[in-house]
Design a protein around this ligand. Sequence first.
Ligand SMILES: [Zn+2]
Length: 121
Amino acid sequence: MTTTTQPHLPSSLLQILTCAQCKELVLPWLDPTIGPVYDCQPVCRPLPLDARELEHQLHRALAGIVAMDRAAQVLERIVITDASPSGLHLIWKVNLPPRPQPPATPPPSEGFVPPRPRSRP
Ligand SMILES: [Zn+2]
């Protein structure tokens, strides 16, 4: 396996990855002994976050909701505690203006046709 400093995350997503402790960006870098990792500049953790594990958890968190390259359009921030499944906190952008609730509508006047009894041959 080859190690690389290139993250497997879109650059737009790297702008919203923040540390839960210091609120600074969590950026990818290559640790000479561990390999590809993510960490904040103040280095809040005793060990940096494993890049593959963090990227895997991000893929899992966003799968079926939004594409990775479009996630920064709908997410305000991704706050990272650790690279565990519960270590990511997604903060969504809420840009919907308040709207009045639509008026209630009466129930439909027609119901379903009751099933006919089956005739056995
Ligand atoms: Zn930090």
